[in-house]
Write a protein that binds this ligand. Structure first.
Ligand code: UD1
Length: 462
Protein backbone atom coordinates (compact mmCIF):
# COMPACT_ATOMS: atom_id res chain seq x y z
CA UNK A 1 0.00 0.00 0.00
CA UNK A 2 1.25 3.46 -0.79
CA UNK A 3 1.51 6.12 1.87
CA UNK A 4 2.86 9.60 2.45
CA UNK A 5 5.69 10.60 4.73
CA UNK A 6 5.29 14.27 5.50
CA UNK A 7 7.97 16.24 7.30
CA UNK A 8 6.12 19.35 8.37
CA UNK A 9 6.99 22.85 9.43
CA UNK A 10 7.88 24.32 6.06
CA UNK A 11 5.86 27.30 4.77
CA UNK A 12 4.50 26.70 1.26
CA UNK A 13 5.48 29.38 -1.23
CA UNK A 14 5.07 29.70 -4.99
CA UNK A 15 2.64 29.14 -7.82
CA UNK A 16 0.42 26.13 -8.45
CA UNK A 17 -2.29 25.33 -11.01
CA UNK A 18 -5.57 23.59 -10.29
CA UNK A 19 -6.80 20.72 -12.47
CA UNK A 20 -10.24 20.12 -13.93
CA UNK A 21 -13.05 19.48 -11.46
CA UNK A 22 -13.64 15.82 -10.66
CA UNK A 23 -17.24 16.47 -9.60
CA UNK A 24 -18.01 18.14 -12.92
CA UNK A 25 -16.14 15.60 -15.06
CA UNK A 26 -17.94 12.55 -13.58
CA UNK A 27 -21.57 13.49 -14.45
CA UNK A 28 -20.44 14.99 -17.77
CA UNK A 29 -18.77 11.69 -18.71
CA UNK A 30 -22.01 9.89 -17.78
CA UNK A 31 -23.95 12.27 -20.05
CA UNK A 32 -22.12 10.74 -23.03
CA UNK A 33 -24.59 7.83 -22.68
CA UNK A 34 -27.38 10.24 -23.62
CA UNK A 35 -25.64 11.54 -26.76
CA UNK A 36 -25.61 10.15 -30.30
CA UNK A 37 -22.29 11.54 -31.41
CA UNK A 38 -18.91 11.65 -29.76
CA UNK A 39 -18.32 13.86 -26.74
CA UNK A 40 -14.78 15.24 -26.53
CA UNK A 41 -13.82 16.36 -23.06
CA UNK A 42 -10.80 18.52 -22.31
CA UNK A 43 -9.24 19.34 -18.95
CA UNK A 44 -10.19 15.99 -17.41
CA UNK A 45 -8.10 15.36 -14.29
CA UNK A 46 -5.99 12.20 -14.01
CA UNK A 47 -7.68 10.63 -10.99
CA UNK A 48 -8.80 7.30 -9.60
CA UNK A 49 -12.47 8.30 -9.81
CA UNK A 50 -12.14 9.24 -13.49
CA UNK A 51 -10.63 5.83 -14.24
CA UNK A 52 -13.49 4.17 -12.35
CA UNK A 53 -16.08 6.16 -14.33
CA UNK A 54 -14.31 5.27 -17.59
CA UNK A 55 -14.40 1.57 -16.63
CA UNK A 56 -18.10 1.80 -15.81
CA UNK A 57 -18.91 3.55 -19.10
CA UNK A 58 -16.99 0.91 -21.08
CA UNK A 59 -19.08 -1.71 -19.28
CA UNK A 60 -22.13 0.25 -20.45
CA UNK A 61 -21.07 0.11 -24.10
CA UNK A 62 -19.36 3.50 -24.38
CA UNK A 63 -15.96 3.73 -26.05
CA UNK A 64 -13.79 5.84 -23.75
CA UNK A 65 -10.56 6.80 -25.38
CA UNK A 66 -7.86 8.99 -23.90
CA UNK A 67 -6.80 10.88 -27.03
CA UNK A 68 -4.32 13.25 -25.37
CA UNK A 69 -3.23 14.23 -21.89
CA UNK A 70 -6.42 15.35 -20.11
CA UNK A 71 -8.59 14.77 -23.21
CA UNK A 72 -11.10 11.95 -23.58
CA UNK A 73 -13.37 11.00 -26.45
CA UNK A 74 -16.55 9.20 -25.48
CA UNK A 75 -18.83 7.51 -28.00
CA UNK A 76 -21.65 5.02 -27.49
CA UNK A 77 -21.06 1.77 -29.40
CA UNK A 78 -23.31 -0.81 -27.70
CA UNK A 79 -26.53 0.94 -26.59
CA UNK A 80 -28.12 -2.32 -25.43
CA UNK A 81 -25.97 -2.45 -22.25
CA UNK A 82 -27.68 -1.24 -19.08
CA UNK A 83 -25.95 -2.97 -16.14
CA UNK A 84 -23.85 -0.89 -13.72
CA UNK A 85 -22.38 -3.66 -11.55
CA UNK A 86 -21.87 -3.44 -7.81
CA UNK A 87 -18.14 -4.00 -8.13
CA UNK A 88 -17.70 -0.67 -9.93
CA UNK A 89 -20.49 1.32 -8.26
CA UNK A 90 -19.23 0.48 -4.76
CA UNK A 91 -15.91 2.18 -5.56
CA UNK A 92 -17.51 5.52 -6.24
CA UNK A 93 -20.91 6.94 -5.42
CA UNK A 94 -20.93 9.22 -8.46
CA UNK A 95 -21.52 6.09 -10.58
CA UNK A 96 -25.19 6.76 -9.86
CA UNK A 97 -24.94 9.57 -12.47
CA UNK A 98 -25.44 6.94 -15.20
CA UNK A 99 -29.02 6.26 -14.05
CA UNK A 100 -30.71 9.30 -15.66
CA UNK A 101 -28.84 9.08 -19.01
CA UNK A 102 -29.52 5.32 -19.27
CA UNK A 103 -33.26 5.72 -18.71
CA UNK A 104 -33.57 8.69 -21.05
CA UNK A 105 -31.59 7.23 -23.95
CA UNK A 106 -31.94 3.46 -23.57
CA UNK A 107 -35.17 3.12 -21.57
CA UNK A 108 -33.59 0.63 -19.15
CA UNK A 109 -31.14 0.79 -16.27
CA UNK A 110 -29.91 -1.72 -13.73
CA UNK A 111 -27.62 0.13 -11.32
CA UNK A 112 -26.21 -1.22 -8.07
CA UNK A 113 -27.35 0.80 -5.05
CA UNK A 114 -24.40 2.96 -4.04
CA UNK A 115 -25.20 2.65 -0.32
CA UNK A 116 -23.69 4.71 2.49
CA UNK A 117 -20.07 5.69 2.88
CA UNK A 118 -17.64 7.13 5.39
CA UNK A 119 -19.16 10.61 5.19
CA UNK A 120 -22.60 9.44 6.28
CA UNK A 121 -25.99 8.25 5.08
CA UNK A 122 -26.40 8.95 1.38
CA UNK A 123 -29.82 7.96 0.04
CA UNK A 124 -30.91 8.34 -3.61
CA UNK A 125 -34.62 8.91 -2.99
CA UNK A 126 -34.53 12.36 -4.64
CA UNK A 127 -32.90 10.91 -7.79
CA UNK A 128 -35.67 8.30 -7.99
CA UNK A 129 -38.43 10.80 -7.19
CA UNK A 130 -37.31 13.12 -10.00
CA UNK A 131 -36.89 10.36 -12.57
CA UNK A 132 -40.23 8.76 -11.58
CA UNK A 133 -41.93 12.14 -12.08
CA UNK A 134 -40.55 12.09 -15.65
CA UNK A 135 -42.21 8.70 -16.16
CA UNK A 136 -39.63 6.07 -15.12
CA UNK A 137 -40.70 3.00 -13.12
CA UNK A 138 -38.41 1.52 -10.48
CA UNK A 139 -38.13 -1.62 -8.47
CA UNK A 140 -35.39 -2.81 -6.13
CA UNK A 141 -33.94 -6.20 -6.89
CA UNK A 142 -31.07 -7.83 -4.98
CA UNK A 143 -29.33 -4.56 -4.23
CA UNK A 144 -29.93 -3.05 -7.65
CA UNK A 145 -32.21 -0.25 -8.79
CA UNK A 146 -33.94 -1.56 -11.87
CA UNK A 147 -35.57 1.19 -13.89
CA UNK A 148 -37.59 1.19 -17.09
CA UNK A 149 -39.05 4.03 -19.10
CA UNK A 150 -40.72 4.75 -22.39
CA UNK A 151 -40.09 8.24 -23.76
CA UNK A 152 -39.88 10.45 -20.65
CA UNK A 153 -42.38 13.32 -20.30
CA UNK A 154 -41.56 16.81 -19.07
CA UNK A 155 -43.17 17.90 -15.81
CA UNK A 156 -42.61 20.03 -12.72
CA UNK A 157 -40.30 18.48 -10.11
CA UNK A 158 -39.26 19.65 -6.66
CA UNK A 159 -35.83 18.31 -5.63
CA UNK A 160 -35.77 19.84 -2.14
CA UNK A 161 -34.35 17.39 0.38
CA UNK A 162 -34.05 17.50 4.15
CA UNK A 163 -30.50 18.86 3.82
CA UNK A 164 -30.95 21.04 0.76
CA UNK A 165 -30.94 19.94 -2.82
CA UNK A 166 -28.94 17.10 -4.28
CA UNK A 167 -26.00 17.70 -6.60
CA UNK A 168 -25.80 14.36 -8.43
CA UNK A 169 -29.59 14.02 -8.19
CA UNK A 170 -29.98 17.31 -10.06
CA UNK A 171 -27.45 16.07 -12.64
CA UNK A 172 -29.40 12.84 -13.16
CA UNK A 173 -32.82 14.47 -13.49
CA UNK A 174 -31.55 17.36 -15.63
CA UNK A 175 -29.81 15.02 -18.10
CA UNK A 176 -32.88 12.80 -18.34
CA UNK A 177 -35.20 15.81 -18.79
CA UNK A 178 -33.00 17.05 -21.66
CA UNK A 179 -34.38 14.13 -23.73
CA UNK A 180 -37.97 14.18 -22.37
CA UNK A 181 -40.95 15.19 -24.47
CA UNK A 182 -42.04 18.71 -23.46
CA UNK A 183 -40.83 21.10 -20.79
CA UNK A 184 -39.50 20.20 -17.34
CA UNK A 185 -39.19 22.69 -14.51
CA UNK A 186 -36.95 21.64 -11.62
CA UNK A 187 -37.44 23.59 -8.39
CA UNK A 188 -34.79 23.47 -5.65
CA UNK A 189 -32.16 22.39 -8.13
CA UNK A 190 -28.59 22.30 -6.79
CA UNK A 191 -26.76 25.51 -7.73
CA UNK A 192 -23.21 24.11 -7.59
CA UNK A 193 -20.89 25.22 -10.42
CA UNK A 194 -20.47 21.55 -11.39
CA UNK A 195 -24.21 21.37 -12.21
CA UNK A 196 -23.82 24.53 -14.27
CA UNK A 197 -20.89 22.98 -16.13
CA UNK A 198 -22.93 19.86 -16.94
CA UNK A 199 -25.78 22.07 -18.21
CA UNK A 200 -23.32 23.96 -20.42
CA UNK A 201 -22.01 20.69 -21.84
CA UNK A 202 -25.55 19.32 -22.45
CA UNK A 203 -26.48 22.58 -24.22
CA UNK A 204 -23.42 22.15 -26.45
CA UNK A 205 -24.74 18.67 -27.28
CA UNK A 206 -28.03 20.26 -28.35
CA UNK A 207 -30.08 20.39 -25.14
CA UNK A 208 -32.10 23.43 -24.13
CA UNK A 209 -31.49 24.10 -20.43
CA UNK A 210 -32.03 27.53 -18.87
CA UNK A 211 -31.42 28.67 -15.30
CA UNK A 212 -28.32 26.61 -14.50
CA UNK A 213 -26.61 28.09 -11.45
CA UNK A 214 -29.99 29.11 -9.99
CA UNK A 215 -32.39 26.93 -8.02
CA UNK A 216 -34.92 26.75 -10.91
CA UNK A 217 -34.07 24.94 -14.12
CA UNK A 218 -36.29 25.09 -17.20
CA UNK A 219 -35.54 22.32 -19.68
CA UNK A 220 -37.17 22.07 -23.09
CA UNK A 221 -36.72 18.45 -24.11
CA UNK A 222 -35.18 17.61 -27.48
CA UNK A 223 -35.40 14.41 -29.56
CA UNK A 224 -31.67 13.70 -29.56
CA UNK A 225 -28.33 15.01 -28.34
CA UNK A 226 -25.54 15.20 -30.90
CA UNK A 227 -21.81 15.64 -30.52
CA UNK A 228 -19.76 18.35 -28.83
CA UNK A 229 -16.44 19.34 -27.30
CA UNK A 230 -16.31 20.73 -23.79
CA UNK A 231 -13.61 21.79 -21.37
CA UNK A 232 -14.24 20.85 -17.72
CA UNK A 233 -14.20 23.78 -15.29
CA UNK A 234 -11.35 24.13 -12.74
CA UNK A 235 -11.73 22.30 -9.43
CA UNK A 236 -12.86 24.70 -6.71
CA UNK A 237 -12.37 22.10 -3.97
CA UNK A 238 -8.78 21.47 -5.00
CA UNK A 239 -8.21 25.24 -5.15
CA UNK A 240 -9.69 25.61 -1.65
CA UNK A 241 -7.48 22.79 -0.33
CA UNK A 242 -4.36 24.51 -1.70
CA UNK A 243 -5.50 27.80 -0.19
CA UNK A 244 -5.85 26.06 3.18
CA UNK A 245 -2.36 24.58 2.71
CA UNK A 246 -0.93 28.09 2.28
CA UNK A 247 -2.68 29.29 5.44
CA UNK A 248 -1.91 26.35 7.74
CA UNK A 249 1.80 26.40 6.82
CA UNK A 250 1.92 30.20 7.16
CA UNK A 251 3.03 30.54 3.58
CA UNK A 252 2.00 32.48 0.49
CA UNK A 253 0.70 30.68 -2.60
CA UNK A 254 -0.77 31.80 -5.90
CA UNK A 255 -3.34 29.35 -7.22
CA UNK A 256 -3.74 29.70 -10.97
CA UNK A 257 -6.70 28.63 -13.11
CA UNK A 258 -8.92 29.02 -10.04
CA UNK A 259 -12.27 30.79 -10.40
CA UNK A 260 -12.56 33.24 -7.47
CA UNK A 261 -16.33 33.58 -8.06
CA UNK A 262 -16.73 29.89 -7.14
CA UNK A 263 -14.68 30.30 -3.96
CA UNK A 264 -16.45 33.24 -2.28
CA UNK A 265 -17.42 31.38 0.92
CA UNK A 266 -13.93 29.84 1.30
CA UNK A 267 -12.26 33.21 0.69
CA UNK A 268 -14.53 34.79 3.29
CA UNK A 269 -13.64 32.09 5.88
CA UNK A 270 -9.89 32.39 5.26
CA UNK A 271 -10.04 36.19 5.44
CA UNK A 272 -11.86 35.95 8.77
CA UNK A 273 -9.10 33.63 9.98
CA UNK A 274 -6.72 36.47 9.14
CA UNK A 275 -5.27 35.53 5.75
CA UNK A 276 -4.91 38.09 2.99
CA UNK A 277 -6.58 36.90 -0.23
CA UNK A 278 -6.04 38.68 -3.52
CA UNK A 279 -8.33 37.68 -6.39
CA UNK A 280 -7.78 38.13 -10.12
CA UNK A 281 -9.90 36.77 -12.96
CA UNK A 282 -8.30 33.31 -13.06
CA UNK A 283 -6.18 33.16 -9.94
CA UNK A 284 -6.22 33.61 -6.19
CA UNK A 285 -3.21 34.57 -4.08
CA UNK A 286 -3.33 33.67 -0.40
CA UNK A 287 -0.91 35.01 2.18
CA UNK A 288 -1.19 33.61 5.69
CA UNK A 289 -1.23 35.70 8.84
CA UNK A 290 1.21 35.04 11.68
CA UNK A 291 -1.73 34.80 14.12
CA UNK A 292 -4.94 33.03 13.16
CA UNK A 293 -8.38 33.92 14.54
CA UNK A 294 -10.90 31.24 15.54
CA UNK A 295 -14.14 30.91 13.55
CA UNK A 296 -17.71 29.71 13.78
CA UNK A 297 -18.45 28.25 10.36
CA UNK A 298 -21.25 26.21 8.81
CA UNK A 299 -20.96 24.02 5.70
CA UNK A 300 -24.05 24.40 3.50
CA UNK A 301 -25.08 23.79 -0.11
CA UNK A 302 -23.57 26.21 -2.69
CA UNK A 303 -23.11 29.14 -2.54
CA UNK A 304 -22.44 28.33 1.12
CA UNK A 305 -19.19 26.95 2.45
CA UNK A 306 -18.68 23.53 0.78
CA UNK A 307 -18.94 20.43 2.92
CA UNK A 308 -16.03 19.18 0.80
CA UNK A 309 -13.78 21.82 2.45
CA UNK A 310 -15.06 21.30 5.99
CA UNK A 311 -12.34 18.81 7.00
CA UNK A 312 -9.52 20.96 5.55
CA UNK A 313 -10.78 24.04 7.42
CA UNK A 314 -11.02 22.01 10.61
CA UNK A 315 -7.31 21.20 10.22
CA UNK A 316 -6.50 24.90 9.68
CA UNK A 317 -8.49 25.92 12.76
CA UNK A 318 -6.38 23.67 15.02
CA UNK A 319 -3.80 26.45 14.59
CA UNK A 320 -6.14 29.39 15.34
CA UNK A 321 -5.87 31.05 18.76
CA UNK A 322 -9.15 30.26 20.54
CA UNK A 323 -12.25 28.10 20.19
CA UNK A 324 -13.71 27.41 16.74
CA UNK A 325 -16.93 25.61 15.86
CA UNK A 326 -17.37 23.83 12.55
CA UNK A 327 -20.88 22.60 11.69
CA UNK A 328 -21.81 20.49 8.67
CA UNK A 329 -25.48 20.75 7.68
CA UNK A 330 -25.03 18.72 4.49
CA UNK A 331 -23.39 15.62 6.01
CA UNK A 332 -23.81 15.95 9.80
CA UNK A 333 -21.70 12.83 10.45
CA UNK A 334 -18.79 13.82 8.24
CA UNK A 335 -16.21 13.97 11.02
CA UNK A 336 -14.07 10.87 10.52
CA UNK A 337 -11.02 13.12 10.30
CA UNK A 338 -11.49 14.37 13.87
CA UNK A 339 -10.04 11.36 15.66
CA UNK A 340 -7.05 11.28 13.30
CA UNK A 341 -6.43 15.02 13.74
CA UNK A 342 -6.49 14.37 17.50
CA UNK A 343 -3.90 11.63 17.03
CA UNK A 344 -1.75 14.33 15.45
CA UNK A 345 -2.19 16.49 18.57
CA UNK A 346 -5.36 18.52 17.86
CA UNK A 347 -7.84 19.28 20.63
CA UNK A 348 -11.31 18.66 19.22
CA UNK A 349 -14.60 17.36 20.51
CA UNK A 350 -17.83 16.53 18.72
CA UNK A 351 -21.16 18.17 19.56
CA UNK A 352 -23.80 16.67 17.24
CA UNK A 353 -23.23 17.99 13.73
CA UNK A 354 -20.39 20.20 14.96
CA UNK A 355 -16.72 19.87 15.84
CA UNK A 356 -15.40 22.23 18.49
CA UNK A 357 -11.70 22.95 18.06
CA UNK A 358 -9.49 24.52 20.71
CA UNK A 359 -6.30 26.03 19.36
CA UNK A 360 -3.59 26.62 18.73
CA UNK A 361 -2.24 23.16 19.51
CA UNK A 362 1.26 22.00 18.61
CA UNK A 363 1.10 19.10 16.16
CA UNK A 364 4.13 16.89 16.73
CA UNK A 365 3.22 14.46 13.92
CA UNK A 366 2.06 10.85 14.13
CA UNK A 367 0.95 7.85 12.13
CA UNK A 368 -2.58 8.38 10.81
CA UNK A 369 -5.01 6.69 8.46
CA UNK A 370 -7.18 8.38 5.85
CA UNK A 371 -10.85 7.41 5.97
CA UNK A 372 -12.14 9.27 2.92
CA UNK A 373 -11.12 11.72 0.23
CA UNK A 374 -11.43 15.07 1.99
CA UNK A 375 -10.42 13.65 5.38
CA UNK A 376 -7.13 12.62 3.76
CA UNK A 377 -6.64 16.17 2.48
CA UNK A 378 -7.17 17.48 6.02
CA UNK A 379 -4.55 15.07 7.35
CA UNK A 380 -2.05 16.14 4.68
CA UNK A 381 -2.60 19.76 5.72
CA UNK A 382 -2.10 18.97 9.40
CA UNK A 383 1.01 16.96 8.50
CA UNK A 384 2.42 19.94 6.60
CA UNK A 385 1.92 22.12 9.69
CA UNK A 386 3.31 19.55 12.15
CA UNK A 387 6.70 20.08 13.70
CA UNK A 388 7.69 16.42 13.19
CA UNK A 389 7.02 13.56 10.85
CA UNK A 390 3.58 12.30 9.83
CA UNK A 391 2.87 9.01 8.13
CA UNK A 392 -0.42 8.98 6.27
CA UNK A 393 -1.78 5.62 5.19
CA UNK A 394 -4.60 4.72 2.77
CA UNK A 395 -3.73 7.53 0.37
CA UNK A 396 -5.74 5.69 -2.27
CA UNK A 397 -8.60 7.82 -0.89
CA UNK A 398 -6.60 10.97 -1.68
CA UNK A 399 -5.72 9.76 -5.19
CA UNK A 400 -9.43 9.49 -5.99
CA UNK A 401 -9.68 13.28 -6.00
CA UNK A 402 -6.24 14.94 -6.06
CA UNK A 403 -3.83 14.53 -8.94
CA UNK A 404 -0.25 13.85 -7.78
CA UNK A 405 -0.77 16.16 -4.83
CA UNK A 406 2.62 15.37 -3.32
CA UNK A 407 4.46 16.58 -6.45
CA UNK A 408 2.63 19.88 -6.41
CA UNK A 409 3.15 20.38 -2.69
CA UNK A 410 6.85 19.62 -3.14
CA UNK A 411 7.04 22.27 -5.90
CA UNK A 412 5.77 24.71 -3.26
CA UNK A 413 8.44 23.68 -0.76
CA UNK A 414 6.53 21.02 1.16
CA UNK A 415 8.33 17.84 2.17
CA UNK A 416 5.94 15.08 1.13
CA UNK A 417 7.17 11.71 -0.04
CA UNK A 418 5.07 8.93 -1.60
CA UNK A 419 6.34 5.56 -0.48
CA UNK A 420 5.32 1.94 -0.34
CA UNK A 421 4.83 0.33 3.01
CA UNK A 422 6.77 -2.94 3.13
CA UNK A 423 5.22 -6.01 4.70
CA UNK A 424 7.89 -5.61 7.38
CA UNK A 425 6.47 -2.19 8.27
CA UNK A 426 4.75 -3.61 11.34
CA UNK A 427 6.78 -6.19 13.18
CA UNK A 428 5.07 -8.43 15.71
CA UNK A 429 7.38 -8.98 18.70
CA UNK A 430 7.08 -12.29 20.54
CA UNK A 431 8.14 -12.24 24.16
CA UNK A 432 6.85 -13.44 27.46
CA UNK A 433 5.55 -10.54 29.50
CA UNK A 434 4.52 -11.09 33.08
CA UNK A 435 1.47 -13.31 32.94
CA UNK A 436 2.61 -14.84 29.64
CA UNK A 437 1.08 -14.51 26.18
CA UNK A 438 1.95 -12.24 23.29
CA UNK A 439 2.56 -8.53 23.65
CA UNK A 440 0.69 -6.44 21.11
CA UNK A 441 2.49 -5.86 17.82
CA UNK A 442 5.26 -3.35 18.18
CA UNK A 443 5.01 -0.34 15.89
CA UNK A 444 8.39 1.00 14.97
CA UNK A 445 8.89 4.76 15.23
CA UNK A 446 7.94 6.75 12.13
CA UNK A 447 11.53 7.72 11.32
CA UNK A 448 12.69 4.10 11.65
CA UNK A 449 9.81 3.10 9.42
CA UNK A 450 10.77 5.77 6.92
CA UNK A 451 14.15 4.12 6.52
CA UNK A 452 12.53 0.82 5.60
CA UNK A 453 10.14 1.98 2.95
CA UNK A 454 10.66 1.81 -0.76
CA UNK A 455 10.49 5.19 -2.37
CA UNK A 456 8.36 5.35 -5.49
CA UNK A 457 9.75 7.74 -8.03
CA UNK A 458 6.36 7.85 -9.70
CA UNK A 459 3.08 6.09 -9.28
CA UNK A 460 2.45 3.34 -11.74
CA UNK A 461 -1.29 2.88 -11.45
CA UNK A 462 -2.98 2.87 -14.86
C1 UD1 B 1 -21.98 15.67 -4.29
C2 UD1 B 1 -20.48 15.65 -4.42
C3 UD1 B 1 -19.82 15.51 -3.04
C4 UD1 B 1 -20.34 16.58 -2.11
C5 UD1 B 1 -21.85 16.62 -2.10
C6 UD1 B 1 -22.42 17.80 -1.33
C7 UD1 B 1 -20.16 14.67 -6.59
C8 UD1 B 1 -19.66 13.52 -7.39
N1 UD1 B 1 -20.09 14.54 -5.26
O1 UD1 B 1 -22.36 14.40 -3.74
O2 UD1 B 1 -18.42 15.62 -3.21
O3 UD1 B 1 -19.87 16.34 -0.81
O4 UD1 B 1 -22.38 16.71 -3.43
O5 UD1 B 1 -21.95 18.99 -1.86
O6 UD1 B 1 -20.57 15.67 -7.13
N2 UD1 B 1 -29.74 13.44 -0.11
C9 UD1 B 1 -30.99 12.92 0.14
N3 UD1 B 1 -31.59 12.20 -0.86
C10 UD1 B 1 -31.02 12.03 -2.08
C11 UD1 B 1 -29.76 12.58 -2.33
C12 UD1 B 1 -29.14 13.29 -1.32
O7 UD1 B 1 -31.52 13.07 1.22
O8 UD1 B 1 -31.63 11.39 -2.94
C13 UD1 B 1 -29.05 14.20 0.95
C14 UD1 B 1 -27.67 13.63 1.28
O9 UD1 B 1 -27.75 12.60 2.24
C15 UD1 B 1 -26.95 14.86 1.80
C16 UD1 B 1 -27.54 15.98 0.95
O10 UD1 B 1 -28.77 15.49 0.44
O11 UD1 B 1 -27.31 15.09 3.15
C17 UD1 B 1 -26.66 16.40 -0.20
O12 UD1 B 1 -26.24 15.25 -0.93
P1 UD1 B 1 -25.92 15.31 -2.49
O13 UD1 B 1 -25.87 16.73 -2.95
O14 UD1 B 1 -26.86 14.40 -3.21
O15 UD1 B 1 -24.47 14.69 -2.56
P2 UD1 B 1 -23.89 13.95 -3.81
O16 UD1 B 1 -24.53 14.51 -5.04
O17 UD1 B 1 -23.93 12.48 -3.59
Amino acid sequence: MEMFIIRGGKPLRGIVEVQGAKNAALPIMAAAIAAEGPLTLHNVPDLGDIRTQAALLRQLGVDVERTAERTYRLQTRRPQECLAPFDLVRRMRASICVLGPLLARRGRACVALPGGCHIGHRPIDLHLKGLAALGADFRMQQGYVVGTARRLRGTTIDLAGPRGSTVTGTCNVMTAAALARGTTVIHHAAREPEVEDLAACLNRLGASIAGAGTSTLVIDGVDALGSAAHSVLPDRIEAATLMCAAVITRGAVQIRRARPEHLAAVIDALERIGAVVHCQADRVTVTAAAEMCPLDIVARPYPGLPTDVQAQLTAVLTQAAGVSRITDTVFPDRFMHVSELMRLGAEIHREGASAVVRGPTPLPGAQVIASDLRASAALVLAGLAASGETILRRIDHLDRGYERLEERLRALGGDVLRTVDTPAGIVPRRSSPPGGGLVPPHFRTPSALAERVTVCSRRTKG
